[in-house]
Design a protein around this ligand. Structure first.
Ligand code: GLU
Length: 444
């Protein structure tokens, strides 16, 4: 595989799609050695076929706001690869959404979903619509208008969307309602549904819980215990909430959460009712964490990120590229031992390089945050079987899946000196599964 040539051709075709090109480069450079052991991959041009999505739908979403004004947003669905199962991946509603971001997320999703051991292909979608500050009636009208366009392209055995940033149970409910009306069927076409119409227990907690199951195993593999460790978390949404809940249950102490306005430092630990309060904060329309600092009388650092705090573990839980080289160096200086991305591509390539050079344990998003989509896969199984499992059953399966992902990362990521390069391990394991499926199915 000639990575430079492939990257040059992608850069020429998709110039300016920085996040997408970043995600592709990371995967190609880490799988190169393994790829070259398989001449059959090169002969079938697996890399060239994998880096381009199967297809992309782009559509306009016109809707009427509460003042009676017509609004027009852009909607997308990127169906990236379905060699091992139906396209699967969330929808992101946020003003920053563009094709580059959805293509990077869809590309990452292929490998993440392969790692879960469940039969799911990779996809992502969304819109530049931002639900924050909108009334529920506006959100409903937007979701309905979005689904009027999307419904023909998805289905329980074709493409199964779910939530991501800006898309929670409320949005999934409205999207599902319109799909059901148009398609005239009740199926598991979306995951992250409410329990009353096919949702799974533990799905809201799953990304954060899965992340902590993984991080605990990383530490244990290095002979350490998560109990007693201090943790910096970024974000204050659903993922950060689930992570704080499980970390606290495991005996660790979470000392930060953050928002676009800055971060709060709660030295005594964010636990108990303070974790419940995160949900309240999220539900308020302002997208700020400062009220937490006022309520619990703890310091708030405006415009800053939590990576300057001295902690044992850092867990990015917000968005892509939220931890850069400067942040990484600060964390390393302060003695961080483990960084687990629970957000998608939370660290920049330079930050990752610093962690690897300093032999800091680093878990990439496609492994660490796979618990969310894994539990979506379990929701699909429950829907297909027309049954629902108990919280314990789902949680047990989630734990097993995270264990299996960890095992694959160790298998393919252990280096000669014993250091585990989880990024390399996750990319190779995810890639091999998809590549072998593509090879067996011919040129499509
Ligand atoms: N948006 C989540 C992710 O990044 C969940 C996707 C899903 O449940 O399909 O994996």
């Amino acid at each position: 595989m000639n990575i430079d040539k492939l990257m040059q051709s992608l850069e020429a075709k998709h110039s300016g799609e920085y996040e997408y090109l970043q995600a592709v480069r990371e995967v190609l450079t880490t799988i190169e050695e393994e790829y070259n052991k398989h001449p059959e991959f090169e002969a079938a041009k697996i890399a060239e076929r994998l880096v381009e999505p199967d297809r992309i739908f782009t559509f306009k979403v016109p809707w009427v706001d509460d003042r009676g004004e017509v609004q027009v947003n852009l909607g997308y669905r990127v169906q990236f690869n379905n060699a091992i199962g139906p396209y699967k991946g969330g929808l992101r509603f946020h003003s920053s959404v563009n094709l580059s971001i959805l293509k990077f997320l869809g590309f990452e999703q292929i490998f993440k979903n392969a790692l879960t051991t469940l039969p799911m292909g990779g996809a992502k979608g969304g819109s530049d619509f931002n639900p924050r500050g909108k009334s529920s009636a506006e959100v409903m009208r937007f979701c309905q208008a979005y689904m009027v366009e999307l419904w023909r392209h998805i289905g329980p055995e074709t493409d199964v969307p779910a939530g991501d940033i800006g898309v929670g149970a409320r949005e999934v409910g409205y999207l599902y309602g319109m799909y059901r009306k148009l398609a005239r069927e009740n199926t598991g076409v979306l995951t992250g549904k409410n329990l009353e119409f096919g949702g799974s227990l533990i799905r809201p907690e799953a990304t954060g819980f899965g992340g902590l199951y993984f991080v605990k195993q990383m530490l244990e593999t290095a002979g350490m215990d998560i109990a007693g460790k201090t943790i910096a978390i970024s974000g204050f949404g659903n993922v950060a909430w689930g992570a704080a809940l499980k970390a606290t249950e495991m005996g660790a102490k979470v000392v930060t959460i953050s928002g676009p306005d800055g971060y709060v430092y709660d030295e005594s630990g964010i636990s108990g009712e303070k974790i419940d309060y995160m949900l309240e904060l999220r539900a308020s329309c302002n997208d700020v964490v400062q009220p937490y600092a006022e309520r619990y009388n703890v310091p708030f650092y405006a415009g800053k990120r939590p990576w300057e705090v001295k902690v044992d573990i850092a867990l990015p839980c917000a968005t892509q590229n939220e931890l850069n080289e400067v942040d990484a160096k600060l964390l390393i200086e302060n003695g961080v031992i483990c960084v687990g991305e629970i957000s998608n591509m939370g660290c920049t390539p330079e930050a990752i390089e610093s962690f690897l050079q300093h032999k800091v344990m680093y878990g990439p998003g496609k492994a660490v945050n796979a618990g969310g989509v894994a539990t979506s896969g379990l929701e699909m199984t429950q829907n297909a079987m027309h049954i629902s499992w108990t919280a314990e059953e789902v949680d047990d399966k989630l734990r097993q899946i995270m264990g299996a992902i960890h095992e694959q990362c160790v298998k393919y990521g252990r280096e000669a000196d014993g250091y585990i390069n989880y990024m390399k391990g996750a990319n190779i394991a995810g890639f091999l599964k998809v590549a072998k499926a593509m090879l067996a199915q011919g040129v499509l």
